[in-house]
Design a protein around this ligand. Structure first.
Ligand code: NOJ
Length: 465
């Protein structure tokens, strides 16, 4: 078999988010975010996530007051060294998010010059190292002052978000040419408001659908604003895709898989690209239909504006079967593959299926894989030695899949490994290590893992063996 070559303009690099990487949670004027608040509130107690029945590594409890997002990987203090490492890696993109709490600590109103200064320094450093900044406006860290007013579920949320986006576009838009509005709304809104297994721990169907709807209106307002400013870049959003296959080869299971895909991915993506919610869910699932906000289609008709690309986070695949007693008329079944101790079961072909689905359903839209990565078991043995052959294989297999997708004509434009360095994992604290760089969370010491050397070879040669 032959190796693969990455296209000239392909973006390849790493990703991380503000609350997971920066630390310095209360420095230089930054206010408390929902994630800061949640971690403090639940430190020492089992996380409500553990009651959700989700199968994940770790206890999903925040065991002690040291397990807080107050350090991340010390990116706030060490951003120069991190970016120099990225440059040495040979990557040409870095996906980061801006902390709303750093830029506008009161959520709405006065801008914090120190926040602007920090992101200016980061963006300038990236550019001086030849690395394209790929910037998320929102990666789950709602200012707690706004969460106290209902967060996404407040009818004013779209206005708050547009005002915040304006500050970002005005201050950074001359240099940032890739923007995304929201990261994985299906996690922070669906799990946060519907199942209550994620901050802000609300369990209310009507509020969830309302919050999801307001987040969409906020997205449209930011996209409209961005386009009206003629800054010459692209704007999209990031959603995660669990590739779901039917357990049996029967129509009922196909339907179950489609409904799950609709709920997890299309519910968030279809309105952003086409201005409609998935009809199948509205038609077949009474509990969705009956809890929809009033005049939802009129709102979409009024505000819809297509975005330029979709960012897809791919981690895992799943299987489902028809079950009439369940809300979605579908029930998960054991996956074909297993991987003891891992948070997500690696399944590279699932990435092919996921991206091909997006390509076909959304008519060849530009796609970026904005996250793909693994936290390995035995973190204190394998990871501490920074010898992580399983991650090397993971990266190799997924980038080969990316190359196959491109060969099949998919407009796949980039791949960003999650994450750049061991950071804070929302419900698991520092126990799960996804990084290419190993971080000592007590001292900030950093060591490249073998996987970073391997990734670097791909970035530099633009080939994968
Ligand atoms: C997706 C999220 O965007 C990110 O914050 C998280 O760390 C990874 N999944 C891994 O769980």
């Amino acid at each position: 078999m032959y190796g693969f070559r990455l296209p000239e303009d392909f973006l390849i690099g790493t990703a991380n988010s503000a609350f997971q990487s920066e630390g310095a949670w209360d420095r230089d004027g930054k206010s408390e975010s929902l994630m800061d608040y949640y971690a403090r509130e639940f430190a020492g107690k089992p996380s409500p996530g553990s009651a959700s029945g989700k199968k994940v590594t770790g206890t999903r409890a925040l065991p002690n007051s040291e397990d807080l997002p107050d350090r991340g990987c010390y990116f706030y203090d060490n951003y120069e060294a991190y970016i120099e490492d990225m440059a040495k890696t040979g990557q040409n993109v870095y996906r980061l998010s801006i902390s709303w709490c750093r830029v506008i600590p009161t959520g709405v109103g006065e801008v914090n010059p120190k926040g602007i200064e920090f992101y200016n320094k980061v963006i300038n450093k990236l550019l001086s190292c030849g690395i394209t900044p790929f910037v998320d406006l929102y990666h789950w860290d709602m200012p707690q002052v706004l969460q106290d007013k209902g967060g996404f579920a407040n009818p004013s949320f779209p206005e708050w978000f547009e005002a915040y986006a304006k500050v970002c576009f005005e201050n950074f838009g001359d240099r940032v040419k890739f923007w995304s509005t929201f990261n994985e709304s299906q996690v922070n809104i669906y799990s946060g408001y519907w199942t209550g297994s994620f901050p802000p721990l609300i369990k209310n169907r009507a509020v969830t659908l309302q919050a999801a709807h307001y987040s969409l209106l906020a997205h449209f307002r930011a996209v409209r604003l961005y386009k009206s400013m003629n800054l010459g870049g692209k704007i999209g959003a990031v959603n995660c895709f669990t590739s779901i296959t039917p357990a049996r080869m029967v129509e009922e299971d196909l339907g179950a898989a489609e409904r799950q895909t609709n709920r997890r991915f299309d519910w968030w993506t279809q309105p952003m690209l086409e201005g409609t919610y998935p009809r199948r869910l509205l038609r077949e699932c009474a509990y969705v239909r009956d809890n929809m906000p009033e005049n939802f289609q009129e709102d979409l008709d009024k505000w819809f504006i297509p975005m330029d690309f979709i960012g897809v986070n791919y981690y895992q695949a799943a299987r489902t079967t028809y079950d009439s007693t369940r809300l979605m008329h579908s029930k998960p079944v054991e996956p074909f593959y297993s991987s003891p101790g891992q948070q997500f079961i690696p399944y590279p072909p699932g990435m092919f299926d996921a991206i091909m689905y997006v390509h076909e359903k959304y008519h060849g839209v530009d796609i970026y894989i904005t996250e793909n990565g693994c936290a390995l078991p035995n973190i204190y043995d394998e990871e501490k030695e920074c010898d992580d052959p399983a991650r090397v294989t993971y990266i190799r297999e997924h980038i080969r899949m990316a190359c196959r997708l491109i060969k099949c004509g998919v407009n796949l434009k980039g791949y960003m490994y999650w994450n750049d360095a061991d950071s804070y994992e929302e419900l698991d604290g520092y126990r799960l290590r996804f990084g290419l760089t190993w971080v000592n969370h007590e001292t900030g010491e950093r060591v490249w893992k073998k996987s970073r050397y391997y990734f670097s070879e791909i970035c530099k040669s633009r080939m994968v063996n």
